[in-house]
Design a protein around this ligand. Structure first.
Ligand code: URA
Length: 237
């Protein structure tokens, strides 16, 4: 975590003139949470921990229309100094109901993927580009991604992971600021605009739908392991 980071740090305003987080809705006391929060509002003293402070702002967020249909703000979860940060797309139904990222079928596959390179899920920070579920699991809109982006940027800055694992096209495009597709970009350690190593790979939901993508993901995981200096598992036959 960045030394000397202020406990309370205003997020940059959302592009397009959206209102500040915490400006609308809610009358409950602030609920700083690591994983998710149901409609909590940012009132009362700000949490001391800077990441908790960002989570509390997100918990009260009304920057885009997803706040109207969400049950939870799925902020993210994991250790405060993770070596690896995984970034997916957006919460699905189970994540929305529970407030935790990646706990459905895609999450179970993600857990197995991480174990394959010797990482327990608890050792990794897991978050999404968009913190609230798009209704019907539609793709998040560009305005929703832009509105949520300051939360992700702050998570990355405060967690300061050695490597970002970008799951699928929305994470690739948002974090690496590219219009190129996941098939072209996966399988290489690239750099974010501020120089952080990032490895794009296919989203576990895609792998569940197209099992032939497993081999590529396996290669990408081996590259992640090598980048982190972990034991690289052999390629399965
Ligand atoms: N897919 C995602 O991208 N994120 C989740 O949290 C769950 C499924």
């Amino acid at each position: 975590m960045a030394a000397g980071a202020p406990a309370e740090r205003a997020l940059p305003a959302a592009p397009g003139g959206a209102s500040e987080p915490g400006a609308a809705g809610g009358d409950a006391a602030a609920t700083p949470v690591a994983a998710g929060a149901r409609g909590a509002a940012a009132e009362g003293p700000a949490p001391d921990d800077p990441l908790d402070a960002v989570a509390a702002q997100a918990a009260a967020c009304r920057r885009c229309r997803l706040c109207e249909t969400r049950q939870s703000v799925v902020f993210g979860e994991g250790p405060r100094r993770p070596r690896l940060m995984v970034i997916g797309e957006a919460p699905g139904a189970e994540e929305d109901a529970s407030g935790r990222p990646f706990i459905g079928a895609a999450g179970q596959l993600l857990t197995r993927m991480l174990l394959a390179i010797g990482l327990a899920r608890e050792d990794v920070y897991i978050a999404n580009v968009v913190k609230c579920r798009p209704p019907g699991n539609r793709d998040p809109g560009p305005d929703e991604v832009a509105a949520c982006r300051p939360y992700l940027d702050e998570q990355i800055r405060l967690l300061d992971p050695e490597l970002l694992l970008l799951l699928g096209a929305p994470a690739l495009k948002t974090v690496l600021q590219t219009t190129r597709g996941i098939t072209a970009m996966r399988g290489q350690v690239l750099r974010t605009p501020d120089g952080r190593p990032a490895l794009p790979t296919f989203h576990p939901s895609y792998v569940l739908r197209y099992p032939e993508a497993r081999r590529a993901v396996w290669d990408d995981l081996r590259l992640a392991a090598a980048t982190l200096g972990l034991t690289v598992p052999p390629r399965p036959a």
